[in-house]
Design a protein around this ligand. Structure first.
Ligand code: ATP
Ligand code: MG
Length: 407
């Protein structure tokens, strides 16, 4: 950070490099007579030295004017005054009309336009997110001391923290996400208010909570720190009651990839229930269920057949179980990864659908229609899991005929 203090609490702040397409949009709005500023996360990130070219614009222009001034726009959040302006490369840039809140109920806000930049900044959540930069005049507006808090690594609510969390309880989860992402401290008054108001998290929709939880796990310096904050603030009993104690949290920091479904499933004593509460996709819930079902299951590494049987049993959970084993530093994890790779390269059959024969073949060979067919297929699979080279039509039909004595 290239900043020096000048005078009382005043910060000289560097010029920001604003992308040309953003400048063009800002210039157009300004030339039409509407004050326009860069705001939000990109300002914060650039001041921290984190590349982020996704500058949001806040403008005095009403949404319908924004829509008229540009050829291609998308009303992405028009009721909140947000219009995406598509640039010459059809890349979207969010332009939001200055607004103030008129009604809030802890989850939604009804906003009013015709506000000033200062009012617009005042409705933002944290001081570090309430800094504005004028892209043409290169001026700063930072009425809440966001730059000083950035320098100090401090998250602080704009205004009265109790009131701000009651307006929108999601801000509590955003607070935890930013703290874990940047390794920032939380100002004591903001933290106490977050804890006091955590009960309001119940009011939020599962989708918004899930998005925050997942983004938090993905962006945290250490995911275990995000989990600690969720525990300490009181969010875990409400939204993640299956998490149990903190003894496994540290393992999250050793996962090779930041996969929030996997991490959530790992911590939960009932992954499917947790992912369902968070209204995850059916694919994610299924994946969690398999992880839960098979995580105690481990093959005998000395036996190729044992590894193949394990892969057959756990099915699509193989890679998740390997990732967990590696993160836990389980003995033999690397060997199992190698063994699984070898089985895959060999193309060894692992499921009934990989067999060289199907149910129809079995019936033609004399197996009576009905449950016997499935049972026989399973037995053939057992055989080829033991010895993959037995997976030929000839050999499998020979086994069937031996059993059913036809032909
Ligand atoms: P990131 O995009 O990296 O998650 P961000 O700060 O850009 O972080 P966004 O959700 O993109 O977050 O929101 C952009 C800006 O809008 C924020 O910086 C903040 O000023 C404001 N904002 C977003 N959500 C809220 C909220 N729930 N309450 C108040 N202000 C908010
Ligand atoms: Mg953003």
């Amino acid at each position: 950070m290239d900043k020096a203090r000048v005078g009382r609490g005043e910060l000289r702040t560097p010029e920001l490099r604003i992308p040309d397409e953003v400048l063009r949009i800002a210039r157009r709005l300004e030339e039409a007579g509407y004050e326009t500023w860069c705001v939000g996360g990109a300002i914060r990130d650039n001041l921290l030295g984190i590349p982020n070219a996704d500058f949001d614009l806040a403008t005095a222009a009403p949404p319908e004017v924004v829509r008229k001034l540009f050829r291609r726009t998308v009303p992405v959040g028009i009721e909140h005054g947000t219009v995406a302006v598509l640039d010459r490369n059809r890349q979207p840039h969010e332009v939001t009309t200055f607004r103030r809140d008129v009604v809030t109920d802890g989850r939604h806000a009804v906003v009013e336009f015709g506000a000033s930049l200062e009012e617009d900044l005042a409705r933002r959540d944290f001081t570090v997110n309430a800094i504005a930069y004028h892209p043409l005049r290169k001026e700063w507006r930072d009425p809440f001391g966001g730059r000083e808090d950035l320098e100090a690594g401090l998250l602080r609510a704009v205004g009265d923290p109790d009131q701000r969390f009651r307006e929108d309880y999601l801000r509590i989860l955003r607070l935890l996400r930013f703290a874990a992402r940047f390794g920032f401290k939380i100002d004591p008054a903001t933290w106490e208010a977050a804890r006091r108001n955590a009960g309001g998290l119940r009011l939020l929709s599962a989708e918004r909570v899930r998005d925050e939880w997942f983004k938090g796990l993905e962006s945290a310096e250490r995911p275990s720190e995000l989990v600690r904050l969720w525990r300490d603030v009181g969010a875990v009993p409400i939204w993640l009651p299956e998490l149990g104690d903190a003894s496994r949290d540290a393992v999250l920091d050793r996962f090779a990839s930041r996969d929030p479904v996997l991490m959530t499933a790992y911590l939960s004593s009932d992954p499917a229930a947790t992912l369902e509460r968070l209204r995850c996709s059916n694919a994610a819930i299924d994946r969690g269920r398999r992880i839960g079902e098979h995580r105690g299951d481990w093959p005998d590494l000395a036996s190729g057949a044992s590894v193949r049987r394990w892969m057959s049993r756990v099915g699509s959970a193989v890679d998740d179980l390997l990732a967990i084993a590696a993160a836990e530093g389980r003995e033999g994890a690397a060997e199992l990864v190698a063994a699984v790779g070898e089985v895959r390269r060999s193309g060894a059959p692992l499921s009934v659908s990989d067999l060289a024969v199907n149910g129809r073949d079995l019936m033609q060979a004399g197996v009576p229609q009905g449950p016997e067919v499935g049972r026989m297929l399973r037995r053939l699979l057992d055989r080829v899991l033991e010895d993959p080279s037995a997976n030929t039509r000839e050999e499998l039909l020979r086994m069937v005929r031996e059993e059913y004595g036809k032909g």
